[in-house]
Design a protein around this ligand. Structure first.
Ligand SMILES: Nc1ncnc2c1ncn2[C@@H]1O[C@H](COP(=O)(O)OP(=O)(O)OP(=O)(O)O)[C@@H](O)[C@H]1O
Ligand SMILES: Nc1ncnc2c1ncn2[C@@H]1O[C@H](COP(=O)(O)OP(=O)(O)OP(=O)(O)O)[C@@H](O)[C@H]1O
Ligand SMILES: [Mg+2]
Ligand SMILES: [Mg+2]
Lengths: 225, 225
């Protein structure tokens, strides 16, 4: 499903260059549940943005479901992002002035779904993350962990085949975090591919495969465990 | 140092009321190191904002260093916040278009310090959190954990007598998180009062006292351990 060869990502800041990814080879098959860990600044979010087609690599090849992403048009990339991929951002990226319900409906608007069905699916997604009583509230009226769960609901509402979650439990207490991981376990059991970035070892232990990044390279990958 | 009696906080959302804090009695002495934990939405950040004089309670009394906060003028509150308190926000609250160095200098500008001394202290604070090579970068050019550490540096640069840190290691890997906790241990040893919100049990174990919040009330407090 995901095939990367020699992937590099350089950020240019004025005259300076930050080599965020220095040659990544990665294969992820359909239905796998992968945890990605590594030190702060090691390139985890950068790699997730590339997998999710939110950014382009500086060098290297990326085939998603057999298609070469670098040769796809912007419109085709947007369709892949909206139809196949659900993304939980490390920074949540919610619209501050829209209700939780509206935030979760947004991916379905792009998908062309009717308003009644949109509302039904978005409500169900918010119930699944335990926020049934927060539908009409805006992000700036919620706690950090509640905003994070709205971001998880928004990523799941399109029933994506690939879920990319960047630190989805970073602001959640153990019990609430476990309920989100339980939700991911159900998605994994139903065949979704999941890539999860975390800095917590016990969260990484929920995945089936563990890749460690360091300084923009894969330090270890227990793929054939 | 911190004396709260019967503290309540109600958020009014249209016709709805959210009782975020339902009667908190709390005493924190100078030099204590307190961890505050509890489920997502239990009121931790709300309580931290009240302790840090960033918000006013709906009811109850709060004495900070013997002064009744509710009777202080806005100017007096701003002076207390700038001189006595360092706050690490759960949402970092950095200026996105300013460099890391400038973000950390800002509390010193309010304090009326000269520009050379400001630069020296801000540089030292960023070095202490391991971001010496990131001084000239803006927050949106950094990783999540790097932004979090800029927020820690900014809270420490004024050498506050009270440090309030809301989830300071939420985006950091274990090694980087431990270096921040090591920094807090040094501050505690030098007499600073620290209140730390965390959802990670091993982070809470670094403190000397552990208060657990649930549904806006103190569920347990091992103050006399
Ligand atoms: N500005 C606001 N307006 C309305 N309600 C709010 C606001 N901020 C917080 N709340 C509500 O008050 C309650 C307590 O929120 P608070 O942010 O203090 O929780 P928390 O313990 O810090 O949670 P987390 O661990 O998720 O960060 C929550 O139910 C939240 O929805
Ligand atoms: N937009 C950007 N512009 C410039 N440099 C960037 C940008 N985003 C990230 N970087 C840099 O690239 C490197 C990798 O960043 P990345 O966000 O991928 O790390 P990370 O592993 O997710 O870290 P964290 O665990 O702290 O979230 C870091 O050194 C960071 O400063
Ligand atoms: Mg990251
Ligand atoms: Mg909070």
């Amino acid at each position: 499903l995901i095939e990367m060869r020699g992937i590099e990502k350089v950020y240019k800041l004025g005259s300076e260059r930050v080599n965020a990814l220095r040659g990544i080879d990665l294969d992820v098959s359909e239905g796998e549940y992968v945890a990605l860990t590594g030190p702060s600044g090691s390139g985890k979010s950068t790699l997730m943005h590339l997998i999710g087609c939110l950014d382009s690599p500086t060098a290297g090849r990326y085939l998603l479901a057999g298609s070469d992403v670098s040769s796809m048009s912007d419109a085709a990339l947007a369709r892949v992002r909206n139809r196949q991929i659900g993304f939980v951002f490390q920074t949540f990226n919610l619209l501050p002035r829209a209700t939780a319900l509206h935030n979760v409906e947004i991916p379905l608007i792009y998908g062309g779904l009717g308003s009644r069905e949109r509302r039904r699916r978005a409500t169900a997604a918010l119930e699944r993350v335990g926020l049934a009583d927060r539908m009409k509230h805006q992000p700036n009226q919620m706690s950090g962990g509640q905003r994070q769960r709205v971001a998880v609901a928004r990523a799941l509402v399109t029933d994506p085949s690939i879920l990319l979650a960047d630190e989805p439990t970073g602001n959640l207490d153990t019990a609430t975090g476990n309920s989100i991981l339980e939700l991911f376990a159900q998605l994994h059991a139903s065949g979704q591919t999941i890539v999860l970035v975390t800095h917590e070892a016990d969260v990484a232990a929920h995945a089936r495969r563990h890749i460690v990044l360091r300084d923009g390279k894969i330090e270890s990958d227990d793929a054939n465990k």
